[in-house]
Write a protein that binds this ligand. Structure first.
Ligand code: GAP
Length: 435
C-alpha cells in the first residue's frame, strides 16, 4: 500500500494537488488542485452526475448558493449542535479534539501532547465558518458558509417538485463546496476545511423508505466499483444503533482501506421526515406532499446519499498507485480507470522537428479524447511523466511516421507498443476507450 508521504510528493510533482497558499507557508486544511487534479476531480463528478442524474428519470439536479438564510442552520440543528469537544493548551495555545486524546486527557486533565503544558477543560467548538452579509458586521448580519450541501435541497423541495413535475418517490442531487472549521484537519485531503460534496436526497413515502434505503446503499457501493476502485479495498459498514442520530432509521457507510486504515467515503442514511419537518416548523411553510395515487397527504421521508469528492479522489489516487520493477529500475504508474484519467491520450513527437505533424494529429485527438501534446524532454522522461499522470495511451510520432504514415501507440499498463496507421489510430483508440 502506498505511503501517504510518497503519494503527497507525487501529487505535487505531477500537478494533482498543492498546498494552498504555499508561497506564504500554506494554510492548514486547505488544498489547491493543479492541472491533473482538477481533471481527475471533474471526471469523478461527471461520473457521479451522469449516473445519479442524467441517466435516471427520477432524480433532478440543483446548484444552490453556498450562503443560505441563517435560519436554515437553526432548523437543521447546526447552530445548536454542529460542534466537536476540544481542549486548548494553556502554554502553546494549540487546540486538540478531545475525542483524539488518550482517555486520561479527554476531559481536559493532563498535559499537552505537543509541549507538555496544562490543558483547559473540554469545550464545545462549533465547526461552521461565520461571515457577515452586507455592510455591517453585527450579530444581525451573521451568516454561515454551508457545512453540507443538502440543506438547500430541503428548503427548495417544494419549488423543485413543482417545476420538475416529479412525483414522490424522486430525488434531488447537488454537487458543491462545503466548509467546516475542522479542529484537526489531517491525512492530506481526507479531512479538510473546504471540500466538495456530492449529495442526493431521495424523497419517498415512509412505507417505502426501507426498500429505497437498501436500493441506494447497493447503488452507491456499485458506483465505487464502476470507477475502478478495487473491490477488496471497499466495504460497507452499517452503523450501530448508538451511532445513529435520534431521528435516523438506518445508516451505512461505504469505507475504503486508506493507508491510514478503513475510512468513511460516503454515508447513506434513512433520515425519516426529520429535515422537511424541521424546515416546516422553522419557516412556517407547508412541506406536505399530496400523493394522487395514495390519496394521501404526508411529509416525505428522505434517503440521503452523501459522498466527498476530495475523499473519493484520494481513494482513487491511493488505489491507482503502483510501483513496478522494470529491468532493475522502478516505474511508478497511476493505473486510473480509463474513464477517470486526467489525460487519456498524449501525443509525443520524437523530436522537435516533428512538431507540426504531431500537433496536427493531437488537434484531431482533442475532438474525441482528453488529449495533450507533449514535446518537453527525452521520450523516456515523457513516458515516465505520463505513467505518473496515469495517461492510458501515448502516441509517438517519429521520423518513420513521415514515410510509413503510422505512429507507435504505447499502452500504460503493459508498456506494449503497437505500430498503427495514422488513418486508423482514432478508431483504434476509440475502441479501447469503449471497452
Ligand atoms: N449531509 C450529510 C453529511 O454531510 P457527513 O458524514 O458529515 O454527512 C458526508 O459528510 C461526506 O462528506 C463524508 O462521507 C465525506 O466524504 C465528506 N466530508 C465530510 N467532512 C469532510 C472533510 N472535513 N473533508 C473532506 N471531506 C469531508
Amino acid at each position: 500500500m502506498v505511503e501517504m508521504e510518497t503519494l503527497v510528493s507525487l501529487c505535487k510533482r505531477r500537478g494533482f494537488i498543492f498546498q494552498s497558499s504555499e508561497i506564504y507557508g500554506g494554510i492548514n486544511g486547505f488544498w489547491d488542485f493543479g492541472p491533473a487534479g482538477v481533471e481527475l476531480k471533474r471526471r469523478i463528478k461527471d461520473s457521479w452526475w451522469r449516473q445519479m442524474v442524467q441517466q435516471r428519470d427520477d432524480v433532478v439536479g440543483v446548484d444552490t448558493s453556498i450562503i443560505a438564510h441563517p435560519r436554515t442552520w437553526v432548523a437543521s440543528g447546526h447552530v445548536a449542535s454542529f460542534s466537536d469537544p476540544m481542549v486548548d493548551c494553556k502554554e502553546c495555545k494549540k487546540r486538540f479534539r478531545a475525542d483524539d486524546m488518550p482517555v486520561s486527557k479527554k476531559h481536559g486533565e493532563g498535559r499537552c501532547p505537543e509541549c507538555g503544558g496544562e490543558l483547559t477543560e473540554a469545550r464545545s467548538f462549533n465547526l461552521m465558518f461565520e461571515t457577515h452579509v452586507g455592510a455591517t458586521a453585527d450579530s444581525g448580519s451573521i451568516a454561515y458558509l454551508r457545512p453540507e450541501t443538502c440543506q438547500s435541497i430541503f428548503t427548495q423541495f417544494k419549488n423543485v417538485q413543482v417545476v420538475s413535475r416529479k412525483k414522490v418517490p424522486f430525488g434531488i442531487a447537488q454537487i458543491g463546496k462545503a466548509f467546516r472549521n475542522e479542529i484537526t484537519p489531517r491525512n492530506f485531503i481526507f479531512r479538510s476545511r473546504e471540500f466538495e460534496q456530492m449529495e442526493m436526497e431521495f424523497f419517498c413515502h415512509a412505507d417505502e423508505s426501507e426498500k429505497w434505503f437498501e436500493y441506494w446503499v447497493n447503488e452507491r457501493y456499485e458506483w465505487f466499483k464502476s470507477i475502478g476502485i478495487k473491490p477488496e479495498c471497499l466495504r460497507l459498514r452499517p452503523h450501530e444503533q448508538d451511532e445513529l442520530a435520534h431521528y435516523a432509521r438506518g445508516c451505512s457507510d461505504v469505507e475504503y482501506e486508506m493507508p491510514f486504515g478503513w475510512s468513511e467515503m460516503e454515508g447513506i442514511a434513512n433520515r425519516a421526515n426529520y429535515d422537511l419537518t424541521q424546515h416546516m416548523n422553522e419557516s412556517g411553510k407547508d412541506m406536505n406532499y399530496f400523493d394522487d395515487a395514495r390519496k394521501e397527504k404526508f411529509i416525505p421521508c428522505v434517503i440521503e446519499t452523501s459522498v466527498g469528492v476530495d475523499r473519493t479522489a484520494l481513494a482513487v489516487l491511493c488505489d491507482a498507485y503502483r510501483e513496478e520493477d522494470v529491468k532493475g529500475e522502478m516505474r511508478v504508474v497511476m493505473g486510473f480507470d480509463r474513464s477517470l484519467a486526467p489525460v487519456q491520450v498524449a501525443v509525443l513527437p520524437l523530436s522537435g522537428k516533428l512538431r507540426e505533424p504531431a500537433d496536427k494529429l493531437e488537434k484531431e485527438m482533442k475532438k474525441h479524447f482528453y488529449s495533450e501534446y507533449d514535446d518537453a524532454g527525452s521520450i523516456g522522461k515523457r513516458y515516465r511523466r505520463h505513467d505518473e499522470i496515469g495517461t492510458p495511451y501515448c502516441v509517438t510520432y517519429d521520423f518513420e511516421s513521415e514515410t510509413d504514415h503510422a505512429v507507435t501507440v504505447r499502452n500504460r499498463d503493459t508498456m506494449e507498443q503497437e505500430r498503427i496507421s495514422i488513418d486508423k489510430v482514432l478508431d483504434y483508440l476509440r475502441e479501447k476507450f469503449e471497452k
